[in-house]
Design a protein around this ligand. Sequence first.
Ligand code: ZN
Ligand code: ZN
Length: 863
Amino acid sequence: MTPAREIPKHYDFTEVEERWQRTWRDEENYFDRTSSRPRYIIDTPPPYPTGNFHIGNALNWCYIDFIARYRRMQGFNVMFPQGWDCHGLPTEVKVEEEHGITKNDVSREEFRGMCRELTARNIALMRQTMRRLGFSTDWSNEYVTMLPEYYGKTQRSFLRMFHRGYIYQAEHPVNFCIRCETAIAFAEVTYQERETTLTTFDFDGVEIATTRPELLVACVAVAVHPDDERFTQLHGKDLTVPFFAQRVPVLKNGAVDPTFGTGAVMICTFGDKQDVHWWKEYNLPLRKAIDRKGMMTGIAGKFAGMRVEDARKAIVADMKKTNLLRGERRITQRVGTCWRCKTPIEILSERQWFIKVKHEEILRAAREVKWIPEHMRTRLENWVTQMEWDWCISRQRVFATPIPVWFCDACSEMILPAEDDLPVDPTAAQPKVPCPKCGGTKFTPEEDVLDTWMDSSISVLHVTGWDGSGTPPLFPAQLRPQGHDIIRTWACYTILRSVALTGQKPWDGILVNGMVLGEDGFKMSKSRGNIIQPEEILGKYGADSFRQWSASGAATGSDIMFNWNDVVAASRLQTKLWNIVRFILPKIGESAERKGEITALADRWLMDRLSGTVADVTSAMDAYAFDQALKAIREFAWNILADEYIELVKGRLYSEGPERESAVAALSITLDALIRMLAPFVPHFAEECYHHLKGRSVHREPWVTFEFHDSDAREKGDVLALIVSGLRTYKHDRGMALNAPFGRLTLYTKSPLDDAGDAARALNAEVLWRREEPVLEKRVGDVKFNMGIVGPAFKGRAREFMDAVRKLPPDRLENPPAAMVLGDGEVTVPAGAFTPAFTYAIGGKDVDVVTFGDVIVAIERAS
Ligand SMILES: [Zn+2]
Ligand SMILES: [Zn+2]
C-alpha cells in the first residue's frame, strides 16, 4: 500500500475511529504461547458485569492499554486478558426484579440459569464500550468466572487449600448482612457515620447507656473500668438483666471508656467487635438474639419474631412504662455497613467456612512485589496487620461457586470430591463412593456457596495457565493493575491465595490507579447526579480524546476529578497535531523512507531536542507516569516542533537544494518518532497518521529508540529559536504581517550562527551576522510622561510643564533635575514624572535595537 497523500483538512474522529476499529483484527493482540520473546502478562481486573462499563473502569483500562501497547512495541509478548467476575448478589437481585420472582420460587439450577443469561447480556454490552475505547484486549484469553472451566478451578483451589490446612469450618461470630442474608468478610464492611439514639436506663440499680437496647436479651455481662470509683461497690457482684432476668457478672476491664454514656457497658452477643473480644476473653456464654433475616429469636420472649428496629422501639416503650427509662439523646456513631447494600451489619455466630490468615506469609510476599505508587503497599500492610479474624469465605446465596462438600447423614463425616470430579454442585450430585468412615450412602450437601473473591483471587493463576498442580507455567505475572478501593480485598486475597497455592508472590509489580471523581469533586453516585458515562464523552470528543484525558488527568494512583475542559484540551491537542501532520506530509513527499544528511543548524537542533524527548517519554513510560510522558510529547510537538522549528525552516522547505533535504530528513524522522510515541495513547489517531506517512500500521512498529546528541547545535539552536520567535513577536506587536518585508537586521554576537539562512527567510529580512560590537549613536527621541504624577502635581499648568521638559537638553532628560524654571518661578520636579525614550542610529541611519541574551539586534525597518 502506498502512503495516501490526500489528507483531509478536518480530522473526523468518528469516521477514523470506527474505520480502524473495523479494520484491526483481534488476532493481532493475541498472546503467543509458542514465542520465545520475553513475556509480559497483565493480571487485569475482571469487572462485575453490571452492563455498564463505567468511567472508573475506563480510566483503569486506559492505563492497562497504554502499558500493553508500549510493551508490545518494545518487543514483549504481551497478554492483556479480559475476565468477568460474574457471581454475586446484585445479579440475583436484578434477576428477581426482571422475572418478578424471589430466588426460592424456582429451583437453584433454574435461578442460576437466569443469572447466567442476564450476565451474558451484560458482558456483551460492556464489551462494546471496551471496543469503542480502542483497547488492545487479548480476546483469546477471555475468562468468565460463572462458567464450569473457571469455577472448577475455584473449587480445585478450595480443595487444595483445604488439604493444606488453610480452610476450616467453624461456628464463629461473623459479619452478617441481614438484607443480603449472607455472611460477609471484614474486608467487605465499610464504615459510615450515622445518627442514632443513645438510651439510658436502670439496669438493676445501675444506669447504663446503649444504642442497642433490643440486645438486652443477649446481654451476658456488664463491664466497668477498674479505676472508676462510681462502680467500686459492684466489683465481683452479679446483676439481673431487666425484662429477661438472666444473671450476669460485672467485669472490670481497662478497655471500658468511663466517659462514654454512664461509664458502665453491657456486653452482648454481639453488638460490636469489642463484644466478641470480651466474649472470648472471659469465655462468656452465647445468647443468639437475632437470626439471619434480622428477626428477634425465640429467646426474646414477647419480642420474638419482631424486626430489630421494631423490637428496639417496643423495649424502650416498656422501659418507659416500667419507669426504667432515664433519658434519650441523639448521637452520631460510626456503623459498619455492608459494602454492597449499605445495610448496617450484625455480628452473628454462625457455622461458616474460613481461610486462615497467615499474616507473615502475606506481608513477606507483598514486600517482594513492586508497588506503584510505593505508598499503596502501606495500605495493604496496615490492613493485614490489623486483621484479627480469619477470612470468612462462605456465603448463603445461590449464584456463586458451590462449596464442593457433603456430609454423611449417618456419621456426619465430611466428604470431599476428587479433583478429577470437578466442577461439581453438591446439591445436584452425590459423592461417587460411599462414606469412607461408615459406608453410609445418604449425604447432605453443603448449601453454602463461596465468596466471589474466591473466584477473582485466582485470576492470576488462571491467566498464567494453572491446572491445579503446583506453580503455573507463566507464573508470576508481570503486572497487576487495579484500583486502590480493592487493595484489602482483591490485592490482599490474591497474595494470600498465591502464596498458599504456589509459595510465591503473584506478580512482579502492582499498579494502583485512583478513582474518578465527579465534576463537583465528590465520588460519582446516582444520588449526587454527578455521574458521567464514557459513552457521552466518546460521542462528543472520541475515544482518543478520552484516552488522552485519562493519561494526563493526574499522577498514577491519585484520584482524578472529571472535567470537561480537560477533555476539550485533549481534543485541541489532537487538532494541533493533525495540523502539524498535514503541514509536514506534503513537504516530505516521497522521502518518508529516505534519510538525507542532516546538516543545517536548526535541523540538528531539532534532532537533539527530539532525542531528549524520546528519552524523557521512555523513562516516564517505564515509571508508569503517563501524565509525564504525554506532557513531554505535547511540549515537544506544540512548542518545539510547531511553534519554533517549523516557523524557522518553513522558508527553506519551499526552496531547493541540499539544505532543503536536510530539513526534510529531520521532519521525516521527527514525524515518524512522534507518531510512534503517540501510538499507545491515541491508537486511532496514530494509526491514521502513520498510514499517511508510511502506509502501514504503527502498532506493529518498534518503540522509538532514536538518539542524537549535539550540544553545540542545542545551544546555538536555542539562541536562534529565541531570536526568530522574539522578532516575530516584534513584528506582530507593531502590526506588521508576519510575512511582510522586515528590512535589514544586523545581529551582533561574539559567535555568529551559521543558520543556513533560516532566520532571514523566517523573518523575510536581510540578516547580517556581525562579530564586532555595534557602534550605536544614542538619541533621546521622545519623552514619556507619567500623568498619574504630573496631573496632580501641576494641575492647570501640566501642559506648560510638559512643554518645558521637552525643551530640556538630552542629558537633563536622562538625569532629571530636582527643580526647574517654569514661567517666572521655580518648581520641584517630582520623581518619576517623566522618562526619556531613546532612539538609536548606526552610521547615521535610525535603527531599533532589541537584545536576546548576548545578541544585540539592530533593526532597519523596510520603509
Ligand atoms: Zn447487604
Ligand atoms: Zn459416614
